[in-house]
Design a protein around this ligand. Structure first.
Ligand code: F6P
Length: 178
């Protein structure tokens, strides 16, 4: 059976500083993970070598992180101070809350529809993505409800392997202690 592998990008400088969004550089730990990832994939994962992919690499704009609009680059504390009502509204309905000038999780789910169509057609594939994006993809393959989706834990420095079955998906996780 074919599998879909997910991993967040290595820890970013923004992750370290608690800032959201942005196109931040990787932290030293994040760089270490990026370097260790190919071996983790080829040596340790299952009986389906990812060489099936022939290592073709694609970069998809539709995998950009949830756009936090005016809050891009801020910490959660800064957002709460600057936009207290927004902060409360997001807590109230995280799936539907749309950042000012940005996106909601619902928007991202819609944006990801073509990606999901493509994933359904692919053989083994590894997606390196952002947290909110991987939450949406993970929820799709596990049929998780919308209300739970924005709270799914997708840890850093961990590869999640999903193998679709007739009903649902098998899952394995491989964490690197970086
Ligand atoms: O902090 C990393 C990050 O990927 C941000 O870029 C993004 O806004 C956030 O996580 C999404 O998580 P949440 O929806 O829980 O704020």
């Amino acid at each position: 059976p074919r599998s879909i592998f997910f991993s967040r990008h290595g820890e970013s400088q923004y992750n370290v500083e608690g800032k959201i969004g942005g196109d931040s550089l990787l932290s030293p730990r994040g760089m270490e993970y990026a370097k260790a990832l190919p071996a983790l994939i080829t040596d340790n994962i299952g009986d389906q070598p990812l060489t099936d992919l022939k290592y073709t690499k694609l970069t998809w704009k539709s995998l950009d992180e949830l756009d936090a609009g005016v809050c891009d680059g801020m910490t959660y504390e800064e957002i709460e101070q600057a936009y207290p009502d927004d902060f409360a509204n997001r807590d109230e309905d995280k799936f539907n809350y749309r950042y000012r000038g940005g996106e909601s999780y619902r928007d991202v789910v819609v944006r990801l529809e073509p990606v999901i169509m493509e994933l359904e057609r692919q053989e083994n594939i590894l997606i390196i993505g952002h947290q909110a994006i991987l939450r949406c993809l993970y929820a799709y393959f596990h049929h998780l409800p919308q209300d739970d989706l924005p709270y799914i834990k997708i840890p850093l420095h961990t590869v999640i392997k999903l193998t679709p079955k007739a009903y649902g998906c098998d899952e394995e996780r491989y964490a690197l202690p970086i």
